[in-house]
Design a protein around this ligand. Structure first.
Ligand SMILES: C[S@@+](CC[C@H](N)C(=O)[O-])C[C@H]1O[C@@H](n2cnc3c(N)ncnc32)[C@H](O)[C@@H]1O
Length: 277
């Protein structure tokens, strides 16, 4: 879901264009790629009446129907319709104001997908996060190991924060950094199981039983040493995020928040971390 049906007297613009529409919608909704289907129906002019379609001198904009779950909010539906109208105008070289789109909602019990009848269980509304700052400096390329000595700066967004947001952070030795893996493409997100780093010697483990970057929501959590705090800048060592990474939150590390009692982990995870820091 969603399913997008486009009707037009023009022939299909081709599967690559339809695939781009699908990818833009899934990316906008932070859904795994491939979960939005697009159908193009070329209608015979004798079977359709739309005054704008009589004029063949310019591109003829399609009429479209977007079928989505009834649980989608008005805002979600509106945003997808606007996104699609803009994309169709660009891809088909047609006036955006002539693209007609409407949503159709599938009621609980009336949608069979991936072998199951959707029972209307509410999907939680998407959470939108505003980065508090950005990683400046440090490593530029996404690479697996040797993060221990890497130095970088986390710079708060000056439009929203002043230095007071960091007062007292320098009395802690370490900070926990929550950040967004913005270099991971939506189509690379893993929702099931995979071998960590694609290594055939390691077991197949669920995405939530590993810390790989290609995960739903693309959220990274790193604990690193504070070198110094200076105005809006937190200088850190051992942050495994590349330059330009959006930072979502900072929290001082407190021993008491570490696990109580001993910890256990499988052999592959110890192996993967051997050269990490
Ligand atoms: C395995 S993940 C673990 C990150 C974090 N410590 C965690 O546990 O959530 C770290 C990898 O993400 C990659 N990475 C860093 N910044 C990134 C970004 N902005 N987008 C995508 N990948 C990134 C790095 O190459 C690094 O090896």
């Amino acid at each position: 879901m969603p399913v997008i049906e486009l009707h037009s007297p023009e022939p299909s613009p081709g599967s690559e264009v339809l695939q781009r529409l699908s990818a833009a919608v899934t990316s906008h909704l932070s859904m795994p790629a491939g979960q939005c289907w697009v159908l193009w129906r070329q209608v015979d002019e004798g079977e359709a009446y739309r005054p704008e379609w009589a004029d063949r001198s310019s591109g003829r904009a399609p009429i479209g129907f977007v079928t989505c779950k009834e649980s989608w909010s008005r805002e979600q539906v509106g945003a997808v319709l606007r996104l699609l109208a803009g994309l169709l105008a660009t891809e088909l070289s047609v006036p955006e104001q002539e693209v007609y789109l409407t949503a159709r909602r599938a009621a609980p019990g009336e949608l069979l997908v991936r072998g199951g009848l959707w029972d209307g269980e509410q999907t939680p509304a998407p959470v939108v996060a505003q980065p508090i700052g950005t990683v400046v400096g440090g490593r530029r390329e996404v690479a697996d190991d040797d993060w221990g000595k890497e130095r970088a700066v986390i710079r708060l967004d000056a439009a929203t924060y002043g230095p007071e947001a960091l007062f007292g952070l320098d009395s802690f030795s370490h900070v926990e950094v929550v950040y967004h893996f913005d270099r991971v493409k939506v189509e690379k997100i893993e929702t099931g199981a995979r071998q960590p780093r694609g290594n055939k010697d390691w077991p197949l483990v669920g995405i939530f039983a590993q810390r790989g970057k290609n995960r739903p929501n693309r959220i990274g959590v790193s604990r690193c040493r504070i070198v110094k705090v200076d105005g809006l800048d937190v200088h850190v060592e051992g942050l495994d995020a590349v330059a330009g990474t959006p930072v979502l939150d900072l929290k001082p590390y407190m021993t008491e928040f570490a696990p109580r009692g001993g910890t256990v982990q499988p052999a592959w995870s110890t192996e993967i971390m051997r050269a990490y820091y």
